[in-house]
Ligand binder design. Structure first.
Ligand code: ATP
Ligand code: MG
Length: 588
């Protein structure tokens, strides 16, 4: 499936039905977020739909966020709409600029953009605090909100349970004037944290606990990264989020399933605010989908922090981490991510996606874009006894077997080569077709050779393999294909190759559901998730640019690491093997 072929899903059905019904067609838009009075002066919104990706800038984005990014930005792209990047920074204390920067990079890296025509739809929810305050005051005036001065324990005790209705707060009957005065004093900083809250006045007997007069503002004497010490009252997420959507003219507010129970409050709040003339209409609608769960991966922020802090990985951008900074370093492609997101689609039911599905999406794209190169990862010398000592010649190898237009590259051939240690066996096992004394194989893009024997050191370790070549067997020369051999091995010329560090990355966890057996997820780490080898690479790889990707023939896909490589000597990271080869690794 290409990036442009779309699988339909329930969210697309909702959007298509809304578009067909012209639900949002007459909606005005002033060109920037704002309340109803401002929007109503604007022209018609030229964005057919508006979605948003609203991360809290309190950590690095992971694969789950990538699903949400691809979904929201992808829908906007497909339906001539806009997708806003909104930093949901209404919670003081936690946010950091470093995270905000990395979120911007990640969205761009995945290939998306928050601009729509002349609009730059990058927003900070904290910029909306004055509107949120004004709306809260309107709710108070209309009798839809009150200041509650119960202790948190008293509030909890009166909230009721799933089977039992809650009880009204003794402060529920305060007049609008009393509430306005108290709320103003909360805002002025007269009260300590936790002494008063502003609550929506809905129904303490509602069967949905989220409608039992939820708190909408609380006192927090904290410094906010954007607004500093301007505020000491902060809106609750459940109050702030619907308002942010409405101020931005969002049409489809897509979130994960755990917010399903909040939807009645989302609708209640926006309906009241529309009645009071605060927010533009038609109102945004919340739509929930199931979050991404990937086998062999942990996506919980808490667990990711633990992996980094306890140094089980080298940092947030460790190529084994499911962060997007890690994924980029690992060499995964944005196209592969988008393809994956499209393929797994969206649904209402929680499910696990096997990590191999993700890897296969990556392979498909990598196969298409990665030039072929030769690397010997576990080198042993091959000496061609009958090849003249000082002689060298060129062989030719295609840059991509299915893309002749990519041309060929020369690879030098000489008397001493590096081959993979596993391509020789002194005593072959059954079915082994590669080098063993007396056997004949083809050196890929080179000559057919016959193995003669090997040299060993005192410990019995093989130090060199000896062979003789057949001078008229060179690949591409007339008659060379008359030689029929079963084995075909890769090689690099020892005098021309360059030695480099190659990092063989594998899954970070050895089990499908880390920590699921009740144990510590740390004990499920794959001890072989990173193996570093000194490889011998074909000379052209020395010029690889940072983040350039290749297929190392017979081994897999690799990328020149852009962090640790030093100029002129790239370090390569294995992105993924050529075929699904996972068979689990023993724990510990
Ligand atoms: P986590 O707690 O897993 O780190 P989060 O929900 O706290 O994630 P936010 O910054 O609030 O992180 O998330 C931004 C957006 O990404 C939200 O709309 C959220 O629904 C979405 N998102 C987060 N995790 C996933 C996931 N695993 N699958 C799909 N969407 C996700
Ligand atoms: Mg969150």
């Amino acid at each position: 499936m290409s990036d442009t072929e779309k699988t339909s899903n329930f969210i697309r059905h909702i959007i298509e039905a809304d578009l067909a019904a012209g639900k949002y067609a007459a909606r005005a838009w002033s060109g920037k977020p704002g309340p109803a009075a401002q929007q109503k002066l604007g022209a018609g919104d030229t964005a057919k739909i508006r979605t948003r990706f609203p991360p809290e800038p309190n950590g690095y984005l992971h694969f789950g966020h990538a699903k949400s990014i691809c979904l929201n930005f992808g829908l906007a792209r497909d339906y001539d709409g806009a997708c806003h990047l909104r930093f949901d920074d209404t919670n003081p204390e936690k946010e950091e600029q470093e995270y905000a920067d990395s979120i911007i990079d990640a969205v761009r890296w995945l290939g998306f953009d928050w601009h729509f025509g002349a609009e730059n739809n990058l927003y900070h929810a904290s910029d909306y605090f004055p509107w949120m305050l004004a709306f809260a005051e309107k709710l108070i005036d209309a009798g839809h909100a009150y200041v509650d001065s119960q202790t948190p324990e008293e509030m909890r005790a009166r909230r009721g349970t799933l089977t039992e209705a809650g009880k009204d707060s003794p402060f529920r009957t305060r007049t609008a004037a009393e509430n306005r005065e108290l709320f103003a004093r909360m805002k002025a900083g007269e009260f300590a944290d936790g002494t008063h809250v502003l609550r929506a006045k809905i129904n303490m007997a509602s069967s949905n606990i989220n409608l039992r007069d939820p708190t909408i503002y609380r006192i927090r004497h904290a410094t906010h990264h954007n607004t500093g010490d301007t505020w000491c009252i902060y809106p609750m997420y459940t109050f702030a989020h619907p308002i942010e959507d409405a101020l931005e003219n969002i049409t489809h507010s897509i979130c994960t399933l755990e917010f399903e129970d909040q939807r009645p409050f989302y609708d209640w709040l926006l309906t009241r605010l529309a009645e009071l003339g605060c927010v533009n209409t038609p109102l945004p609608q919340q739509i929930e989908f199931s979050r991404l769960n990937l086998s062999y991966v942990v996506l919980s922020k808490r667990k990711l922090i633990q992996l980094v802090e306890e140094k089980h990985v080298s940092g947030w951008d460790d190529p084994r981490l499911p962060t997007l900074v890690g994924a980029r370093r690992r060499g995964y492609t944005p196209e592969g991510f988008r393809h994956f997101a499209e393929m797994i689609g969206v649904s209402k039911s929680d499910s696990w996606i096997d990590f191999s599905v993700f890897e296969e999406c990556q392979r498909q794209h990598l196969n298409d874009i990665a030039p072929r190169r030769i690397a010997v990862l576990d080198p042993v010398k091959l000496i061609i006894d009958n090849y003249p000592d000082k002689q060298e010649e060129m062989c030719e190898a295609p840059n991509h077997p299915q893309k002749p237009e990519w041309g060929k590259r020369p690879i030098p051939f000489s008397k001493e080569l590096w081959i993979e240690r596993e391509d020789f066996m002194e005593t072959p096992i059954k079915g082994y077709f590669r080098l063993f004394p007396g056997n004949t194989v083809r050196l890929r893009y080179g000559f057919v050779i016959k193995c003669i024997g090997c040299d060993k050191d005192a410990s019995g370790k093989i130090t060199a393999v000896h062979c003789e070549y057949l001078p008229d067997s060179k690949s591409g020369t007339p008659g060379s294909d008359t030689y029929k051999v079963k084995g075909n091995i890769h090689w690099v010329s020892a005098a021309h190759a360059y030695a480099a560090e190659v990092r063989l990355y594998d899954r970070l966890f050895a089990v499908e559901a880390p920590g699921a057996d009740g144990g510590d997820f740390i004990s499920d780490l794959n001890q072989n998730s990173r193996i570093t080898v000194k490889a011998q690479l074909e000379p052209t790889l020395k010029n690889a640019a940072a983040e350039e990707r290749f297929q190392f023939e017979r081994h897999g896909y690799f990328i020149a690491d852009h962090v640790d490589s030093t100029s002129g000597t790239p370090i390569f990271n294995r992105i993924v093997t050529l075929k699904e080869s996972w068979h689990g690794t023993a724990k510990k």
